[in-house]
Unconditional design. Structure first.
Length: 94
């Protein structure tokens, strides 16, 4: 599955176009490597790091979603690795 489509299906962005913009701007990392192509494939086990609002999300992909469904369905497909923003990369600035 493409990374832009994944971000949309997991409900981190509203549209695939916004996901493409986020990826092409170089703000998304997959397994520590910067992603600049929206067509970059992702697989279960990948760790994604990306900004959402004023926070940085770090997630591990558990499974690929079949569709853009309800939030509860989307949340079952990933695990938040830093839910409280304790690491330096995910820490909120005052």
């Amino acid at each position: 599955m493409r990374i832009d489509r994944l971000l949309c299906h997991l409900r981190f962005v509203k549209t695939r176009a916004r996901a493409q913009t986020l990826v092409e701007a170089g703000h998304v990392r997959r397994n520590g490597q910067r992603v600049t192509r929206a067509s970059q494939p992702v697989a279960p086990g990948d760790v994604l790091t990306f900004p959402i609002g004023k926070a940085v999300r770090v997630i591990e992909l558990l499974e690929l979603p079949a569709r853009r469904g309800p939030a509860s369905e989307a949340q079952a497909c990933y695990r938040a690795l830093d839910p409280d923003g304790q690491t330096a990369i995910a820490a909120a600035k005052p």
